[in-house]
Ligand binder design. Structure first.
Ligand code: FAD
Ligand code: NAD
Length: 479
C-alpha cells in the first residue's frame, strides 16, 4: 500500500524500555520507528522513578547529616520544600521531552507522535495529534512497550474526591497539610516518606498487616519505624470503604473498616494500590489477544498466542518485573533476539544466554528509597520455601559492622542472605539500612553469577566499609 511506511522494527511506547529496544535494533543496523502519544521517556522519566527519587533524596541527605555528631550540630533548619520541588522540576526538565527527542534523533530512530494500535499482523496504525491515521508495516518485529497505569479502587465517592495517583504524588506543586496514603507497597511507602519529610501530616493506611509485603518481613518493619520517626501515622489492617469531598473541593473524608471509627479527614488522598497494563486500547483484538490483559511472553519476550514470532512485549505490560532496570534488560534481550532473527542467525534460548531474559525472574533487583533504604535481589526466605528449595537463612545486624557505626551514630539495619544448600550459592539477599542500596550489586553478582559460597570467602571486603557485612554473614553461616 502506498500510504504505508515500512520499518524493520516498530515500537509502541517510548518509555525507558521502548527506547532501549529501538536503540538495540538500530545498533544492529535495522531501521526503527517509535510511537509515543505523550512524553518521550515515559512514566519513569516524568511521573515515577526520577521525580520520586528527586523528592526523596534531600530528606535522605538531611537524615545522613543529622545521624553524625559534629555534622548534626551544623544542621539547624527544616527541609526547604520549595527548593526540593524546584530541584525535582529540573530532573523532569519541566515536563519537556526535547532532550530525549534529540537522543532519538542522534540514534537514528524515527519518532511518530500519536496513539499507536496494532492493526493486524505486523501492522500498526497511529492516530496523530492532528487526527490523521498513519499506517506502518514492520518487516521483522512490532514491540509493545506501553507500560502501566495506577489502579484506583472503585469506591463510593472516589470520582468526586479526585484522589492522587502516583502521577499527582510525583508532580504536585504544593505540600498538602494532611495526606492519606492508601496502600503499603513500594509507591505507598516511598511517597509517604517523601511527603512526610516535606511537611505533610501523613497517614499510611494498609489493609495488610505490614508494609512491603512481598519483601522480607523485617524490611516492612524497619521502614514503618522510619516513617513513624518522620512523624507519619502508620495503620495496618485498615481498608478504605468510601470517600467524600462534596462539590469536589475542600478536605476529603475517608470511611474506614474496621468500622466504629470516626472518618479520617485529610487534604489529599493518594491511592498507591497497584498497576494495570496499558493494553486496553492498543489493538490487541486485531491479532486475537484480549484487550486490557497483561501480555504473556516467553523468555525471548515474544508474545504468546500470536503466530509468526513477530510480536514482542517489554517492560511493565508483560508483568514479569515492574521495574525500569528489569524492563531495560528485557529490551536488550528482545533487541538481540530480533537482530539475530533478522540476520538469519540461530536464537540461543538457554537460560542466562544472550537471547533469554533470566534475571527478571531469577535475580530481580530492587531498591526502595525510604529511610532506611531497602535493597533486595532474588528470592526471599519465604519465596525459596514456597519454591521447595532447601535453604539456610543467615541474618546479621548491620549496625554491628564497624563501617556502619562510622557511617552513622546508632546505625540500625539488617542484612539477610538466603543460601541454596543444594546449589551451594546465594539465591537471595536483602539489606535494610541507610545507603543500603549501594550494597546491592555485590549480592546481585553473587546471585546472577551463581558464585559458590566458598569462593565468596576470597571476595574480601575493604575495611572499614559497610560491605564488611559480607564477611560477617559468611562467618555466621560457617558458625
Ligand atoms: C511512583 C513510581 C516510582 C517508581 N520508581 C521506580 C524506581 O525507582 N526504580 C525502578 O526501577 N522502577 C520504578 N518504578 C517503576 C517504573 O516506573 C516502571 O517499571 C517503568 O516506567 C516501566 O517502563 P515502561 O517502558 O514499561 O513503561 P512507561 O515508562 O510507562 O512508558 C510507556 C510509554 O508508552 C506510552 N504509550 C502507552 N500506550 C501507548 C500507545 N497506545 N501509543 C503510543 N504510546 C503509548 C506511554 O505514554 C509511555 O510514555 C516506579 C513506578 C512508580 C509509579
Ligand atoms: N523504588 C522502586 O523500585 C519502585 C518505586 C515505586 C514503584 N515501583 C514499582 O511500581 C510498581 C507499582 O507499585 P505500587 O506500590 O503501586 O504497587 P504494589 O503492588 O507494590 O503495592 C500495592 C499495594 O496496595 C495494596 N492494595 C491494593 N488494593 C488495595 C485497596 N483497595 N486498599 C488498600 N490497599 C490495597 C496491595 O495489597 C499492595 O500491598 C511495583 O511493582 C513496584 O515495584 C518501584
Amino acid at each position: 500500500m502506498s500510504d504505508t511506511t515500512e520499518y524493520d522494527v516498530i515500537v509502541i511506547g517510548a518509555g525507558p524500555t521502548g527506547e532501549n529496544v529501538a536503540d538495540r535494533a538500530r545498533a544492529a543496523g535495522l531501521s526503527a520507528a517509535i510511537v509515543e502519544r505523550d512524553l518521550v521517556g515515559g512514566d519513569c522519566s516524568y511521573w515515577a522513578c526520577i521525580p520520586s527519587k528527586a523528592l526523596l533524596r534531600p530528606s535522605a541527605a538531611l537524615d545522613a547529616a543529622r545521624a553524625v555528631a559534629g555534622a548534626r550540630e551544623a544542621v539547624t533548619g527544616r527541609l526547604a520544600a520549595s527548593a526540593v520541588l524546584a530541584r525535582r522540576d529540573t530532573f523532569v526538565s519541566g515536563w519537556n521531552d526535547e532532550g530525549q527527542v534529540s537522543w532519538l534523533e542522534s540514534a537514528g530512530i524515527d519518532l511518530i507522535r500519536g496513539h499507536g494500535r496494532l492493526d493486524g499482523p505486523r501492522r500498526v496504525a497511529v492516530e496523530t495529534p492532528g487526527g490523521e491515521v498513519r499506517r506502518l508495516l514492520a518487516r521483522h518485529a512490532v514491540v509493545l512497550a506501553p507500560g502501566s497505569a495506577a489502579v484506583v479502587p472503585r469506591l463510593p465517592g472516589v470520582a468526586e474526591a479526585r484522589p492522587w495517583t502516583s502521577r499527582e504524588a510525583t508532580s504536585a506543586t504544593g505540600v498538602p497539610d494532611r495526606l492519606a496514603v492508601v496502600g503499603g507497597g513500594v509507591v505507598g511507602v516511598e511517597m509517604a516518606a517523601a511527603w512526610a519529610a516535606l511537611g505533610s501530616r501523613v497517614t499510611l493506611l494498609m489493609r495488610g498487616e505490614r508494609a512491603l509485603p512481598r519483601m522480607e518481613p523485617f524490611a516492612g518493619e524497619l521502614v514503618t519505624e522510619g516513617l513513624e520517626r518522620r512523624g507519619a501515622t502508620v495503620r495496618a489492617g485498615v481498608s478504605v470503604t468510601g470517600l467524600g469531598r462534596p462539590g469536589g473541593s475542600g478536605p476529603v473524608t475517608l470511611s474506614l473498616d474496621p468500622g466504629g471509627e470516626a472518618a479520617l479527614e485529610v487534604d489529599e488522598v493518594l491511592f498507591a494500590t497497584g498497576r494495570r497494563p496499558l493494553t486496553d486500547d492498543i489493538g490487541l483484538a486485531s491479532v486475537g489477544l484480549e484487550p486490557g490483559s497483561w501480555l504473556d511472553v516467553d523468555d525471548a519476550l515474544r508474545v504468546q498466542g500470536v503466530e509468526g514470532e513477530w510480536l514482542y512485549c517489554v517492560g511493565d505490560a508483560n508483568h514479569r518485573a515492574l521495574l525500569t532496570h528489569q524492563g531495560k534488560y528485557q529490551a536488550r534481550v528482545a533487541g538481540a533476539v530480533i537482530a539475530a532473527r533478522a540476520a538469519g542467525d540461530a536464537v540461543d534460548g538457554a537460560a542466562w544466554g544472550p537471547h533469554a531474559a533470566t534475571a527478571d525472574t531469577a535475580a530481580v533487583t530492587q531498591v526502595v528509597f525510604t529511610e532506611p533504604e531497602v535493597a533486595s535481589v532474588g528470592l526471599t526466605a519465604a519465596d525459596a520455601e514456597r519454591a521447595g528449595r532447601r535453604t539456610r537463612v543467615v541474618d546479621y545486624e548491620l549496625g554491628d559492622v564497624a563501617g556502619a557505626s562510622l557511617f552513622a551514630d546508632g546505625y540500625t539495619g539488617r542484612a539477610r542472605m538466603v543460601v541454596d544448600l543444594d546449589r551451594g550459592h546465594l539465591t537471595g539477599a536483602t539489606f535494610v539500612g541507610p545507603q543500603a542500596g549501594e550494597l546491592l550489586h555485590a549480592a546481585t553478582i553473587a546471585v546472577a553469577g551463581e558464585v559458590p559460597v566458598e569462593r565468596l570467602w576470597h571476595a574480601v571486603p575493604a575495611f572499614p566499609t559497610i560491605s564488611e557485612v559480607w564477611l560477617r554473614l559468611l562467618e555466621t553461616l560457617r558458625g
